[in-house]
Ligand binder design. Sequence first.
Ligand code: NAD
Ligand code: IPM
Ligand code: MN
Length: 357
Amino acid sequence: KKQYNIAVIAGDGIGPEVLTEGIKVLNKAAELDGSFEFQFTHFPWGCEYYLEHGKMMADDGLEQLMSFDAIYLGAVGYPGVPDHISLWDLLLKIRKGFNQYVNLRPITLLDGAPCPLKDVAREQIDMLVIRENSEGEYAGAGDWLFKGQPHEVVLQTGIFSRVGTERIIRYAFEEARKQGRSLTSISKGNALNYSMVFWDQVFEEVAKEYPDVKTYSYLVDAAAMFFVKQPWRFEVVVTSNLFGDIITDLGAAIAGGLGLAAGANINPEREYPSMFEPIHGSAPDIAGKGIANPLASIWSASQMLDFFGQEVWGKRVLHAMEKVMAERAILTPDMEGTASTQEVGDAVTEQLQAIIN
Ligand code: NAD
Ligand code: IPM
Ligand code: MN
């Protein structure tokens, strides 16, 4: 039997609640298939760990994770630990340390998912946002000068390297070509007169190698408007780290909500493990109540199955989610339902079984 070794970092707030359901679904897929199985190893890292040990993860945390086939992460960050510490010392450390420079965030309006937009047909929201995930506005470079003084100055520097910019744009062109769909670049060259002028230039250069791919380029402010007014304009989208962060929460909002939106942090060369996670955070406002929506985590489990070459199961998981939402209406409160986290997870698992029978 093929064995997939998964490092589980459930993390903070609703992280453990939603991952439990994702793990259930992965185990079910493995059981039904019979030719593979999962081995889950749990790491207790996060804000509680920080309060006890003064650090977010073990000192040799990345080495400990290195040998796994993938990482499954819940959420990081909780009141009591400053966000820039918790995130930089765990989530961002892994994304950067493992060179997971591609962040795949599907924004597809699944059957049964609630949509706040009027007059939009389901199939009109169907895009894949490819977010640069290793540098850009998240380079972590900056300075804090004359702290506390009247002439205090703070710098936050974006870093856009030739290698980093080209590889994400090329990845996006390959994906668009594979899908036979258009590629839209989202940038901001009018105001960001170094980084985004460079980004646009690289996009045009690489586009020449892909004459078969139809391209569009939008300023990020206009793109945000079109996400709401005419989301069908977007098919495959490539954008920078910060713009991708913001635009995918907006994308989540038009396609069922944050409780449903998933993301994969991919190291395409497979030199390091890739990481699968919902795009939402630890949701302190609902943590511990058993009402968090596990579908985002379940969708990212589906992305993990795709990544392992088990695309048939990846699709079946999405299909099971659609059945649960559209036909059985087993939904958590964020989707106007009354079901618990566990009831949704159980329903998806049952549905997966039903697809096979
Ligand atoms: P959030 O995503 O945690 O919550 C925003 C809103 O969406 C809240 O009202 C929350 O209840 C709701 N929500 C989110 N996920 C949900 C789910 N699965 N089901 C139902 N409702 C859900 O964002 P925030 O409040 O800005 O951040 C809280 C903490 O999480 C912060 O520390 C932040 O830095 C961190 N964060 C972590 C990640 C991550 O680990 N990838 C992502 C975003 C935010
Ligand atoms: C996300 C999150 C993270 C990001 C934060 C928590 C650092 O918002 O995964 O979307 O900005 O990438
Ligand atoms: Mn985000």
